[in-house]
Design a protein around this ligand. Structure first.
Ligand code: NAG
Ligand code: NAG
Ligand code: NAG
Length: 151
């Protein structure tokens, strides 16, 4: 019981630190948002960052891999936003990304990482398209043979 209390306390403090690290409060995309590959999408935010010297930031597109949000391979910034005041920006959704429901956007200001909720992108490229087969060739980096190198 002591253990679970400690875990809860840890989880609560971890959540609190994530919340305070967020620079932007997104109005869009939210969980119900659907963007379409090759079309434009709208990013909106409801707060401002006018206390910063530079309020212009690139917006990157991420997807979930093994529980982590990582930048979609082969994509650069899909747009920029200026959070000098609350507002919205139009972004270009890459045409080459597959169907998925765990996309998010990210804006980074130093240690502050503002992720959106996970949302859906409709695409004619099916989920788990051609590119998901290539990474398996690089997963051979964890043999335990180096542990027997003691002399
Ligand atoms: C503000 O940040 C943007 C994006 O990182 C960059 O392109 C721009 O040069 C910066 N402007 C200044 C004045 O530092
Ligand atoms: C596969 O990866 C290549 C190179 O990163 C990229 O150009 C292409 O658009 C990707 N295809 C899909 C279906 O994601
Ligand atoms: C996305 O795809 C689903 C399933 O095909 C469809 O019902 C929905 O209308 C599409 N949404 C948009 C915005 O294209």
């Amino acid at each position: 019981m002591v253990k679970s209390t400690a875990l809860l306390a840890f989880a609560a403090s971890a959540m609190a630190s994530i919340a305070t690290a967020e620079m932007l409060h997104y109005g869009s995309p939210i969980e119900a948002t659907v963007w379409t590959a090759g079309k434009t999408g709208t990013v909106s935010w409801t707060n401002d960052c006018s206390d910063l010297a530079n309020t212009t930031f690139p917006i990157t597109l991420n997807h979930q891999v093994a529980g982590q949000q990582v930048q979609v391979p082969g994509t650069g910034p899909i747009g920029t936003l200026d959070c000098g005041s609350a507002g919205s920006a139009t972004v270009q959704v890459p045409a080459t990304i597959p169907q998925g429901s765990t996309y998010s956007i990210l804006v980074v200001n130093g240690a502050e990482q503002s992720y959106s909720a996970l949302f859906t992108i409709n695409s004619s490229i099916p989920a788990g398209g051609a590119n998901t087969t290539t990474p398996s060739a690089t997963v051979s980096a964890a043999p335990s043979s180096s542990a027997s190198a003691s002399k």
